[in-house]
Write a protein of this length. Structure first.
Length: 180
């Protein structure tokens, strides 16, 4: 599986997708790059402590896989033996202002962690929500990124509202930038 590096603003994305359709992957990469501009601005905004540190860039990985692989990861790391749409593996507990601000980064690049998305679940959800596959991947990437930053909708109703409101705003900005 080839890993491609996509950069926009101060955000570096290490992207891997072993999908067989090259055309679909190229289209998705274009949309990811446009979405990264919005996400970079968010990461260096007042919402997160990254802005107050000497971080010059932020990096993360995004991997698209099949249901079998994500089911295994979900079982092994979350104890849930089923396929899911997105999993996040954060490096830091939280990058939120009220969170832990003692984080380590090397050479002025902050690694946030890994996002894994099931290509199969994303395709099903795209049909269900009547959006494109690329839109659903972008939405799931935003969801995963918020988890990497320390947001967690499973904590309580208030936290769920905070995360989903922010998710909705970011996705809307990305869709607007792309022209969806």
């Amino acid at each position: 599986m080839k890993i491609r590096q996509i950069e926009a603003e101060k955000l570096i994305l290490h992207f891997s997708d072993n999908a067989r359709t090259h055309e679909s992957s190229k289209k998705l990469e274009k949309y990811l790059k446009e979405g990264l501009i919005v996400l970079s601005k968010f990461l260096f905004s007042k919402n997160l402590i990254v802005k107050n540190k000497k971080v010059q860039a932020v990096e993360l990985s995004l991997t698209l896989c099949g249901d079998k692989r994500i089911r295994t990861l979900n079982r092994d790391y979350r104890g849930k033996d089923k396929a899911t749409d997105v999993l996040s593996f954060p490096v830091h507990d939280s990058l939120r202002p009220e969170g832990e601000d003692d984080f380590f980064f090397f050479d002025k690049i902050l690694n946030l962690g890994d996002i894994i998305i099931s290509r199969d679940v994303a395709k099903k959800q795209a049909k269900e929500f009547e959006i494109t596959y690329e839109q659903e991947i972008l939405h799931l990437m935003v969801h995963g990124l918020l988890h990497l930053c320390g947001y967690d909708h499973e904590i309580d109703d208030n936290e769920e509202k905070i995360m989903f409101d922010l998710e909705e705003k970011l996705v809307a900005k990305i869709y607007k930038e792309i022209g969806f």
